[in-house]
Design a protein around this ligand. Structure first.
Ligand code: HEC
Ligand code: HEC
Ligand code: HEC
Ligand code: HEC
Ligand code: HEC
Ligand code: HEC
Length: 451
């Protein structure tokens, strides 16, 4: 599990950030003002592909960077660096020259203004890495979520103690009252016997309570089970260091050029090596340090000899690891969503133009990824459930509207539209809020998604 995924899918984080923002604000009064939440979104959208706040990645850890520039250069150069690092290096600033030695490839110019930089650094300075707890199965898990369930256990324990104490006091008072009236004390019962006789005397209430508690516990367990974020941030090691950021982002290759069945069928295909060879027959080298090594793997798979420019016929499939995996009992269809529903890849896969190999985005990524990417229309659906869980599908079906008028003649939704128009009463109910959602048309029915 990579470190980045740990702090992206951390629900406690927001609260922690607010608290931290407050503290950093009170003690760090000379720092530029900036908004932590805005900064987080800007950071994730522009900088997170190369920087961590607290440790080195492609670029250096950014915590304290502003102060380093103020101490060694000027604050103007700090802003100028982020806009265009090369221009500061070219100006001969010694600190800039020093920093530029960090990595062979320079930092790409960032289209962010000074206010945005202030937001970003408000977030960076407030950032605290999550505590990582090793679970019994060896997987790591961010701390706060564990401790929140511990908190509930403690709370329940406390409640039981309080009830026991209250019951004890009540018993003592009753005994005292009987003493005073001179009544005979009942025979001493063991705890088990008295509990049983109490349950029998109150059997009506006792039965109802046990029944209700069972239902509540079962449904809590069920929702927890269904909502487990088992897929989020899953990013397996891939056989070739292929980058979406480079191909779909910088080179601007359309998603459908490689995933070409996505509009025609249920599945989106992973491109065959021939698709790569369309370009890589001539593109032998990338800008990465080991740029030829990775492309050599493509040649090996295609059975291509780069020196003689001939195919040897000895092909070897590239074993891409599947990232998104729904269980077999779920039916999901890409063309229905992409073509008929007009849903953009981004709404479910986030901003792949900023990713290297694919990963399952967290619901937070899906909600926030677009804030600074011009190419992104604000996700109209707000997700709270973990990606790829049933709750996630349902959440979107509840919020997405269907363009009934836009459905082509004879199509599935056009038929439904005609039927609804005949039954004006039902239609009116759906249209009360001016939209017909996927859910209202049957997108919440079990059989639509389950075999
Ligand atoms: C494509 C990768 C990349 C992206 C994206 C990127 N950086 Fe950098 N950054 C680097 C590298 C690499 C360095 C180290 C300088 C070098 O090797 O040329 C660096 C250095 C820096 C430094 C100087 C650090 C120091 O210790 O003085 C700052 C400040 C900085 N980046 C801020 C940002 C901010 C803010 C963003 C987002 C708006 C950003 N960077 C986006 C790669 C990147
Ligand atoms: C409504 C949400 C949604 C949209 C929109 C969407 N996808 Fe997917 N995508 C999924 C889900 C869910 C899976 C997992 C499917 C499975 O395991 O059966 C998936 C899987 C994939 C896969 C793996 C291969 C496969 O079919 O299982 C690729 C590649 C892919 N999507 C690409 C795309 C591209 C490209 C677009 C845009 C043209 C797109 N997706 C639009 C939800 C979506
Ligand atoms: C439309 C053309 C095109 C297609 C199709 C294409 N690539 Fe590339 N790829 C490029 C170009 C151009 C570069 C060099 C970019 C650069 O200068 O770093 C590149 C670079 C790379 C690199 C090296 C990156 C680096 O910087 O070291 C790898 C690895 C790679 N591609 C893998 C693939 C794979 C795998 C496929 C097929 C799934 C593929 N490419 C399909 C154009 C393409
Ligand atoms: C980003 C929003 C979004 C997400 C996420 C999403 N869907 Fe959908 N879904 C839609 C839209 C919009 C339609 C309507 C498509 C149309 O007009 O045909 C739809 C339609 C459907 C239908 C047809 C419903 C009917 O009434 O015939 C099925 C089945 C379906 N989706 C399955 C799934 C499954 C399974 C998942 C989760 C793995 C999922 N969807 C996730 C937006 C979404
Ligand atoms: C040059 C070819 C190419 C282009 C263009 C491309 N992809 Fe991919 N995509 C791949 C390859 C190769 C993989 C398998 C490696 C991986 O998982 O990253 C992949 C994997 C994926 C997956 C994960 C599939 C799985 O296993 O579940 C998704 C989702 C995806 N791409 C979405 C997109 C989207 C969205 C775009 C457009 C913004 C896009 N891709 C553009 C080649 C491409
Ligand atoms: C919009 C699509 C959709 C609808 C409608 C839907 N489900 Fe699901 N369901 C899913 C998906 C996707 C999963 C897989 C979730 C996972 O793997 O975490 C799932 C998983 C489940 C599971 C858990 C099995 C497992 O593998 O964890 C049960 C039980 C279930 N669904 C029952 C129902 C029932 C009952 C209904 C009708 C009230 C229903 N579903 C309606 C998409 C749907």
């Amino acid at each position: 599990m990579n470190i980045k995924s740990l702090f992206i899918s951390n629900k406690i984080k927001h609260l922690a950030l607010v608290v931290l923002a407050f503290f950093s604000f009170t003690y760090n009064l000379h720092a530029q003002e900036g908004d932590v939440a805005t900064g987080e979104a800007l950071f994730n959208g522009n900088c997170a592909s190369c920087h961590f706040p607290h440790e080195d990645m492609t670029g250096p850890a950014l915590k304290g960077a502003r102060q380093r520039w103020i101490d060694n250069s000027t604050e103007e150069n700090f802003y100028a660096w982020i806009k265009n690092s090369q221009s500061v290096i070219d100006s001969g600033d010694p600190y800039a020259v020093e920093v530029s030695k960090f990595d062979v490839s320079p930092m790409t110019p960032q289209n962010v203004d000074e206010a945005a930089v202030d937001h970003i650094f408000a977030y960076i300075e407030a950032f605290e890495p999550p505590v990582v707890v090793e679970k019994a199965d060896g997987s790591a898990q961010a701390g706060p979520e564990e401790s929140s369930s511990l908190y509930w256990w403690l709370l329940s324990g406390l409640l039981i103690i309080v009830i026991a104490v209250v019951a004890g006091v009540k018993g003592n008072l009753a005994a005292l009252a009987r003493d005073k009236d001179g009544d005979e004390q009942p025979e001493q019962l063991t705890v088990g016997e008295s509990a049983r006789s109490w349950a029998w005397k109150n059997r009506g209430w006792f039965g109802v309570t046990v029944f209700a508690a069972t239902i509540v516990l079962l449904s809590l367990g069920m929702t927890k089970w269904l909502d487990l974020g088992v897929y989020e941030d899953y990013k397996p090691e891939q056989p070739i260091a292929y980058s979406h950021e480079l191909h779909a982002g910088d080179l601007g290759i359309d998603c459908k050029y490689c995933h070409n069945s996505v509009t025609k069928s249920r599945h989106a295909t992973i491109p065959s090596v021939n698709v790569c060879m369309n370009c890589h027959k001539t593109v032998k080298e990338g800008t990465n340090a080991d740029g030829t090594a990775e492309i050599a793997k493509i040649y090996e798979a295609a059975g291509f000899d780069a020196d003689t420019k001939t195919y040897t016929g000895e092909t070897k499939p590239i074993k891409w690891v599947k990232v998104h995996n729904l269980p077999d009992h779920v039916y999901f269809n890409h063309s229905q969503h992409v073509v008929t529903g007009g849903v953009d890849c981004k709404q479910c896969h986030g901003n792949m133009k900023k990713e290297t190999v694919a990963r399952v985005m967290s619901s937070e990524d899906l909600n926030n990824v677009g804030v600074t990417d011009n190419d992104w229309a604000e996700n109209s659906v707000k997700f709270t459930k973990p990606t790829l869980t049933m709750g996630w599908c349902i959440e979107c079906h509840r919020q997405s509207s269907v363009d009934l008028a836009g459905a082509p003649d004879g199509s599935y939704y056009n038929e439904i539209h005609k039927r609804l128009l005949k039954d004006k009463k039902t239609y009116k109910k759906y249209l009360e809020d001016d939209v017909v959602t996927v859910g209202e048309l049957g997108g919440l029915e079990c059989a639509k998604c389950h075999y």
